[in-house]
Ligand binder design. Structure first.
Ligand SMILES: *[C@@H]1O[C@H](CO)[C@@H](O)[C@H](O)[C@H]1NC(C)=O
Ligand SMILES: *[C@@H]1O[C@H](CO)[C@@H](O)[C@H](O)[C@H]1NC(C)=O
Ligand SMILES: *[C@@H]1O[C@H](CO)[C@@H](O)[C@H](O)[C@H]1NC(C)=O
Ligand SMILES: *[C@@H]1O[C@H](CO)[C@@H](O)[C@H](O)[C@H]1NC(C)=O
Ligand SMILES: *[C@@H]1O[C@H](CO)[C@@H](O)[C@H](O)[C@H]1NC(C)=O
Ligand SMILES: *[C@@H]1O[C@H](CO)[C@@H](O)[C@H](O)[C@H]1NC(C)=O
Ligand SMILES: *[C@@H]1O[C@H](CO)[C@@H](O)[C@H](O)[C@H]1NC(C)=O
Ligand SMILES: *[C@@H]1O[C@H](CO)[C@@H](O)[C@H](O)[C@H]1NC(C)=O
Length: 482
């Protein structure tokens, strides 16, 4: 009888230990969980995943902060601008997938992704139609730069006088963002029909899409879920879409989606950057109880070309490199001298911060980041932050420029952010809970093994301390029932 108990506990302890260790070594349950995730990752009409893709629920907001210039006359006399930050003016972005077609036997999906902006009064400081901002007059600066190098100089000088255009101008927030007809541009338009008579930083962006996307559904391979293979007719892009930018990709494509790795480099492509931005793992974060990896642009991304030669491609003309943090995007803006930087020149050339009174760069408010859940690859939270600056300098041919210093004049910055909505967060949490319960099974078995091991040792050692019939009888049924 005693012998039987001893053998049974010994065998059970050993079995549980072997089973748990082999489960751990072979990662069987890890694979079960991965498989479960993989099976979800397909765009099939009628599924939750498809609905979520077609009509994403997490709200995306874009918030604008303007720099109101307080001392225009002094600036024209060569002093530093003193600016006051005014914002946020918040717009909700509605970005459904429309014109959806399922192609090629369910393996590909084509769609458009227009963005519509709705003003959110409660999340804003004021009324964009009413609030006025004094800032640099981009149409005038644009025309002066253009004219100083072409035979248009003389007509431009005359027109600037006729229309009484100055270096600085005052417009409502709504006009600056969504566009206004500039009398001066309108006149230039007659000489050069390719010059648009309207100006606005987000002009023609409301309700427009950025071209047709064709992506893989994931039906053939879960790793290809929503992988973009064609954009605007251009083949094999190998990117994924993301709520804060048009596209996103991982270093080798295979690992970004859906399982995230710390060594990953995440690329974001956005038409407003004119280039891709890359992000590296920074730290582990918890967002509302959901574990995530935070990815941020490395310091090196913004470094000047002498520190990071990769940035030399953005020195146009070759050798003409802007300082750290500044990106010359005039090519994308019809030649207007527009430069992007992080808000408040965070991580940028210190000279830029010194040139302007009112810049207070800090990591928390001005850094771009992306929080991804490592198990599912799901985006938990993200903020894309950038500032629009105008390069200004004295042009001897134009009195309007006065004695202005050469500098990058900040106009506004924006924060485009997204946060997983409550319902999706709840759903993700239960998936994570379920998967952690499954992956913990080997440890539970191991604990049982250890318990039986302890019982075995106690039983085996008992004879040395003398017999006690009662305790044996109590133990026997315990073992039989388990
Ligand atoms: C999905 O199915 C619904 C109902 O069957 C249909 O009306 C819709 O057109 C389908 N969508 C696509 C993209 O095929
Ligand atoms: C479409 O897919 C189904 C199921 O995956 C397969 O049986 C069928 O042969 C495919 N048809 C074509 C034309 O590829
Ligand atoms: C964008 O367009 C929609 C309708 O298409 C309109 O309701 C909304 O007010 C517009 N947003 C802005 C900022 O003009
Ligand atoms: C910005 O500055 C101008 C000129 O000083 C002023 O009229 C305007 O009210 C300011 N805007 C805001 C929103 O305070
Ligand atoms: C991701 O983007 C980078 C930068 O644009 C590119 O070099 C790389 O090839 C892309 N990776 C994939 C898998 O497309
Ligand atoms: C580039 O940045 C480094 C470090 O910030 C600085 O020492 C150097 O002077 C900069 N070079 C140019 C050309 O701006
Ligand atoms: C910005 O780039 C344009 C060409 O794209 C170039 O003509 C211009 O000189 C550059 N501006 C500065 C300040 O480097
Ligand atoms: C966006 O960033 C700004 C600062 O850059 C911050 O004040 C604001 O709270 C952020 N908005 C959201 C929704 O996180």
């Amino acid at each position: 009888m005693r012998k039987l108990c001893l053998v049974t506990t010994g065998v059970l302890a050993l079995t549980f230990l072997i089973v748990s260790i082999s489960l751990l070594v072979a990662r069987v349950l890890q694979k079960v969980v991965d498989l479960q995730v993989k099976q979800e990752m397909v765009l099939r009409n009628g599924t939750d995943v498809f609905e979520m893709w077609e009509e994403p629920t997490p709200p995306v907001y874009v918030q604008f902060y303007f720099f109101n210039l307080t001392n225009p006359l002094e600036v024209l006399n060569g002093e530093s601008p003193l600016v006051k930050e005014i914002g946020p003016y918040t717009y909700r972005e509605y970005r459904p997938r429309v014109d959806v077609h399922i192609l090629d036997n369910d393996t590909e999906v084509s769609s458009l992704n227009p963005k519509t902006y709705f003003f959110e009064r409660e999340m804003s400081v004021g009324d964009p139609e009413v609030d006025l901002i004094r800032t640099v007059n981009v149409p005038a600066v644009y025309a002066m730069n253009l004219a100083s190098e072409t035979p248009l100089r003389f007509p431009a000088e005359i027109l600037l006088f006729i229309y009484n255009e100055d270096m600085f101008t005052t417009h409502s927030v709504h006009e600056l963002l969504w566009g206004y007809t500039d009398r001066f541009l309108n006149a230039l338009h007659k000489f050069r029909p390719d010059i648009d008579s309207e100006f606005g930083y987000y002009k023609k962006m409301n309700g427009t899409d950025d071209g047709e996307y064709i992506m893989l559904s994931g039906a053939m391979n879960y790793l290809d879920f929503t992988r973009i293979i064609k954009w605007r007719g251009k083949e094999s892009l190998n990117w994924w879409t993301s709520p804060i930018s048009n596209m996103i990709n991982g270093t080798d494509g295979s690992t970004f989606h859906p399982l995230i790795d710390k060594d990953e480099t995440i690329y974001i492509f956005s038409s407003d950057f004119c280039r891709s931005l890359y992000l590296n793992f920074e730290k582990y974060v918890m967002v509302d109880g959901i574990p995530a990896y935070r990815f941020v642009p490395p310091q090196k991304f913004y470094a000047n070309a002498s520190v990071n030669p990769d940035n030399a491609g953005f020195c146009v003309p070759a050798g003409n490199c802007p300082g750290a943090g500044l990106l010359n995007i005039s090519v994308c803006k019809q030649g207007a001298p527009i430069f992007l930087s992080p808000p408040h020149f965070y991580q940028s050339d210190e000279q830029c911060v010194r040139d302007i009174d009112g810049m207070h760069p800090n990591k928390e408010d001005h850094e771009t980041f992306l929080d991804l859940n490592p198990l599912t690859g799901m985006l938990i939270q993200a903020a894309k932050r950038m500032q629009i600056n105008v390069y200004v300098k004295k042009l001897p041919d134009f009195v309007q420029t006065g004695n202005i210093r050469t500098m990058y004049f900040p106009v506004m910055y924006l924060n485009e952010s997204v946060m997983l909505d409550k319902a999706s967060a709840q759903k993700l949490k239960s998936i994570l809970l379920e998967s952690s319960a499954i992956t913990n099974i080997p440890f539970i078995i191991m604990v049982l093994g250890i318990l039986f091991g302890v019982v075995f040792v106690v039983l085996a050692c008992k004879p040395l301390q003398g017999r006690e019939e009662g305790s044996e009888d109590e133990r026997a049924p315990l073992i039989r029932t388990s």
